[in-house]
Design a protein around this ligand. Structure first.
Ligand code: PMP
Length: 450
């Protein structure tokens, strides 16, 4: 049991149920590298990275030291008062990492949601247009603008409407919610969805009223799906044709998570606005909106900012993150560990005993989703999804497997949409620890479906 049981129950009593928790019977005591220890004596292998944040492992010595040193010089140098050194050093470090050289104007904020708000604002001001097109299944955050472009689950906005108006949704190229067979090729899915987007632009929001299209290059909370390059390239063409801004949300997929610095790189697509957070500062609150100076100079002085925007300690930590990522060891490890994980999960998906419960293994780099089948219910039957769902499949497999993994010492999450177990291990995880985590997943799946 928790060594701080009284403190734990105080926390439970005085926080809202609106804040969910995976571990509710212990308190985190210590976190180091790929492991997290709790006050009940448990030490767990962490395949969550605090939802894709501590990508270089918990308390990375180089990053923690830079933050501690920064604490002794400038903690808060308000960015609307003056630059502090880490703010500018961070820009210097990030410029060569950008997926396109045109991305030359940086604004730092605290969270991903705030950065999304800033991106929407820049798009509206830069184009003088109002409407935003978002993707079905997208997740962009819980503030009002971010919530308006979030479509993975109703729980985020239920009961709080009306939220930001002027948002339109277009289908996302993943076979499952489209009711298409799993064998549909990425090119076919993209063609279908680009056609649907054309319909949105002719029947719902005219190009001349459309400020931006926002997309995650790897769908995060919505199910860990790698967006086909054909679709991203098609979005770019449409945006170029009509002067619409393309906002690329790499809050979860950015900073080497995909096996490249940014997931958009594979497509060769140039973002007009790139949104980053999470892995950027390895646990210190920091996000970034990166665009073109020519666009961001349309903002009037004072229209951007925030008390804690671009905090000095967070920026100092992020400078080290960038240096480590450019050091040459991280990307090769992401690719090698990714292959290791895909090999193991694909073997599980073709296993004669458990394979029939698995619908899909997908994602990219170390952002991997293991999707289970779900029983056929009225929603599936109505939407034509019966081919992928079946009545002899138990409900809630992803959550059941997650719980079993946690019992066995592997901290892991599901995504908010579909039956997806999601793997977000540290990018510098060892081969041995990856093997250990994958074995726990395989054993847990076997135990749950037996
Ligand atoms: N965009 C994406 C793609 C995300 O995954 C998230 C967080 N899960 C956000 C935006 C919101 O970031 P935050 O929770 O820091 O506000």
């Amino acid at each position: 049991p928790s060594a701080n049981a009284a403190l734990l129950s105080l926390g439970q009593k005085h926080t809202t149920h609106g804040l969910g928790r995976v571990i509710d019977d212990a308190i985190i005591e210590n976190a180091s590298g790929s492991y997290m220890s709790f006050d009940d004596g448990r030490t767990m292998l962490d395949f969550t990275c605090g939802i894709g944040v501590t990508s270089l492992g918990h308390c990375h010595p180089q990053i923690s030291k830079a933050a501690a040193d920064q604490c002794m010089s400038v903690v808060h140098g308000q960015c609307s008062i003056a630059f502090h050194t880490p703010y500018v050093r961070l820009i210097e470090e990030l410029i060569p990492m950008m997926p396109h050289p045109s991305l030359d104007s940086f604004f730092f904020w605290n969270s991903g949601s705030e950065a999304i708000e800033a991106a929407l604002k820049i798009a509206r001001i830069a184009t003088g247009r109002q409407n935003i097109i978002c993707m079905q299944s997208a997740y962009h955050g819980r503030t009002f603008g971010a919530m308006a472009v979030t479509r993975s689950k109703t729980v985020y906005s239920a009961g709080v409407h009306p939220i930001m108006p002027g948002v339109f949704q277009t289908p996302y190229p993943y076979f499952h919610p489209l009711g298409l067979p799993k064998e549909t090729s990425p090119a076919e899915l993209s063609e279908y969805c680009l056609k649907q987007l054309g319909i949105v632009l002719t029947s719902q929001t005219a190009p001349a009223d459309t400020a931006a299209i926002i997309v995650e290059p790897i769908l995060g909370e919505g199910g860990y799906v790698s967006t086909p390059v054909e679709f991203l390239q098609g979005l770019r063409r449409i945006c170029d044709t009509y002067g619409i801004m393309l906002i690329i949300d790499e809050v979860q997929s950015g900073f080497s998570r995909s096996g490249d610095y940014f997931a958009i790189e594979q497509s060769g697509v140039k973002p007009d606005i790139l949104v980053v957070a999470k892995g950027l500062a390895n646990g210190f609150p920091l996000s970034g909106v990166i665009s073109r100076k020519e666009l961001t100079d349309k903002l009037v002085p004072g229209s951007m900012g925030g008390t804690y925007a671009g905090n000095a300690i967070s920026c100092a930590a992020a400078v080290q993150v960038a240096k480590i990522m450019k050091g040459g060891d991280i990307l090769p490890n992401v690719r090698a560990r990714s292959k290791q994980a895909f090999d193991a999960l694909n073997a599980l998906a073709t296993d004669p005993q458990v394979g029939k419960y698995i619908l899909d293994v997908r994602g990219r780099g170390l952002m991997i989703g293991l999707e289970f089948k779900s029983p056929a219910g009225p929603a599936e039957i109505k939407s034509g999804l019966v081919s992928q769902a079946s009545s002899d499949i138990p409900a809630g497999l992803a959550a059941k497997v997650m719980k079993r993994c946690v019992k066995k010492g592997l901290l892991i999450l599901t995504t908010s949409a579909f039956e997806v177990l999601r793997l977000i291990p540290p990018l510098n995880i060892t081969e041995e620890d990856m093997k250990k985590g994958l074995e726990i997943i395989a054993d847990s799946v076997r135990e749950v479906v037996k």
